[in-house]
Design a protein around this ligand. Structure first.
Ligand code: C2E
Ligand code: CA
Ligand code: CA
Length: 543
């Protein structure tokens, strides 16, 4: 029976007597059982069966002794395995031949086996095998674009080396828990091995995956009390999007890995989206901004403002970030991130103080120079905003009447008693407020008259509509005129921003607009360049 061919196809062939005592086992079978030729074999075949399967096996044989077949579990080092047994009776000798085929790998339907094969022992998370299945399944049946984020802990090796594997394992388990908490129900977290994890975002593109992954940065940034001295870790995250940045499991993982290394190289603890060019979009949230503040990467530029006769009257301070890792980042990009990360009160306070210092310097050249500073709604939510402004004014000794705070309509709309009180107290000291981006929100006359606002700043979208590339919009012109008239009727001054051409300027002048800001008369520039605009005036003054 143990013909060489059969022996090769089957994992084991046994001959057993009527009581299932083993009389013979094939060479291949010995090997499969992990026994050397000299090792003793168990006496009974039944002792190889999983205890749960013994009775069932006997019943099967009894029911059809001539020829039977069944699938059951066998106890075998290093763990149970599933086998298919085909048995044939040898009638004269009252023995059975049992042909055994290991079908563990085929038992996809058995959840216990499948679970073990598809999950990570340490964390219980899906492993590489299941991740691959999920991704391939999603490629076949999914709704289209999705993204994978490959995450590699920063600083894990040090924890592992310093405190040993037991602590290292505890940190990985804790990491798995944090990752599970920071994901959506439909998304999948898997552990690839070591300190590498993958988050599969089933219905996000790379950009929204990046936004969602910022939760992961924050979750990992919390101290780990599983390690001595509350270890601090970080995580570098690389994102690739299907199908644009990989149309298969391996391509996606490879590109996410490249992006992850990019994030590591850029200084770790950040998110990077895969890109074939060098201008890959990456963001470090808290860490990079925090770092940037300490490294002096933030500075202000000043865009001059003019009266309708084109004389400089002041400037708007605009925040700039020249990041060591990312180069120049536009405020429209980093301010929302700073707001979300809770850093805006800090940055805003810095900008305010810095602008006041610079204002003092400008006023040496032009005593009534007016500085406008932007204030984010979140700054009002913080502690005692008015105190902070008054401190900056006191510290620099500038005349509060030369400071204008630009606030958004949303600040006023959601204003609470606290905000209104801060506005009123600052207004009492002479500080003025201007409504930025006027016309884009839901300005109501009610709050314009109720709150201590002194000017509106018409949003650049309306100014552009007056005249842009040979196109003029009469309706928008009427709208701008109406806004100016409305503001004047309640004693508010009007600033136009984004004035780029002479047609716009002429129209605004004709409509009675008070102040002009825009590329036509001056781009945002350094303090030195603003000084350059003021010096000739001084010369004239002295002349
Ligand atoms: P904003 O307050 O509406 O600032 C005006 C923006 O328009 C500036 O963009 C300026 O560079 C741009 N601009 C000026 N003239 C022209 C023009 O003629 N044409 C066009 N197309 N654009 C013009 P920037 O500097 O990128 O600032 C973007 C936004 O970031 C600002 O919009 C403001 O909301 C915010 N921001 C900047 N600095 C600060 C700050 O210190 N604190 C706060 N809270 N927000 C700031
Ligand atoms: Ca502004
Ligand atoms: Ca504006």
């Amino acid at each position: 029976m143990s013909s060489p061919t059969l022996d090769r196809v089957l994992d084991a062939v046994f001959r057993v007597d009527a009581d299932f005592c083993i009389k013979f086992v094939s060479d291949q079978g010995r090997k499969w059982l992990g026994k050397a030729a000299s090792d003793p074999l168990p006496v009974s075949f039944l002792s190889l069966l999983h205890p749960d399967n013994v009775a069932g096996f006997k019943a099967t044989v009894q029911a059809e002794p001539e020829s039977f077949t069944c699938d059951l579990r066998l106890v075998k080092y290093p763990g149970d395995c599933w086998v298919n047994i085909r048995g044939y009776q040898l009638p004269i000798v009252h023995q059975y031949v049992l042909c055994v085929l290991d079908i563990s790998a085929w038992r996809a339907g058995d959840s216990a086996f499948r679970h073990a094969a598809e999950h990570d022992d340490l964390t219980g998370l899906p492993n590489r095998v299941l991740l691959r299945k999920e991704i391939e399944n999603h490629i076949q049946h999914g709704p289209g674009t999705f993204a994978v984020a490959l995450m590699d802990l920063d600083g894990f090796k040090k924890v592992n080396d310093t405190y040993g594997h037991a602590i290292g394992d505890a940190v990985l388990i804790e990491t798995a828990k944090r990752l599970l908490k920071s994901k959506n129900d439909e998304d999948v977290i898997a552990r690839l091995g070591g300190d590498e994890f993958v988050l599969l975002f089933k219905s996000k593109d790379a950009v929204s995956a990046k936004e969602a992954a910022s939760n992961v940065l924050l979750a990992i940034a919390r101290p780990y009390d599983t390690a001595p001295h509350n270890a601090y870790l970080g995580v570098s995250i690389g994102i690739a999007e299907y199908p644009a940045q990989g149309d298969s499991y391996s391509a996606l993982l490879k590109n996410a890995d490249t992006a992850m290394y990019h994030a590591k190289n850029a200084g770790k603890n950040r998110i990077s989206i895969f890109s074939t060019s060098d201008d890959s979009e990456d963001f470090s949230i808290k860490a990079a901004i925090h770092n940037g503040i300490q490294e002096g990467e933030f500075y202000l530029e000043y865009q001059p403002q003019f009266d309708i006769e084109r004389n400089v009257i002041g400037a708007e301070a605009l925040m700039r970030w020249s990041s060591r890792s990312f180069g120049k980042v536009a405020p429209d990009k980093f301010i929302p991130i700073a707001e979300e990360a809770g850093l805006m009160p800090f940055l805003g306070k810095w900008a305010l103080r810095y602008a006041c210092h610079q204002l003092k310097k400008f006023q040496r050249a032009m005593p009534d120079f007016v500085m406008s500073v932007n204030v984010s709604p979140v700054q009002f939510a913080g502690e005692a905003f008015d105190g902070l402004v008054l401190d900056a004014v006191a510290e620099t000794g500038v005349n509060p009447k030369t400071l204008v705070l630009e606030i958004t309509e949303s600040t006023l709309m959601h204003s609470q008693v606290k905000t209104e009180r801060a506005l009123a107290s600052l207004r009492e000291r002479g500080i003025r407020f201007s409504i930025d981006d006027f016309g884009t929100g839901f300005s109501s006359l009610a709050y314009l008259t109720r709150l201590p606002v002194s000017s509106i700043k018409i949003d650049k979208a309306f100014i552009r509509a007056i005249q842009y590339q040979d196109r003029a919009s009469p309706a928008d012109k009427k709208l701008v005129t109406a806004m100016i008239n409305l503001a004047h009727s309640i004693d508010l001054k009007v600033v136009a921003e984004g004035v780029e051409n002479e047609e716009q300027f002429a129209f605004l002048k004709g409509s009675g607009c008070n102040l002009i800001q825009g590329y036509l008369l001056g781009r945002p520039m350094s303090a030195a360049a603003v000084m350059g605009l003021l010096q000739p005036l001084r010369v004239l003054d002295h002349a």
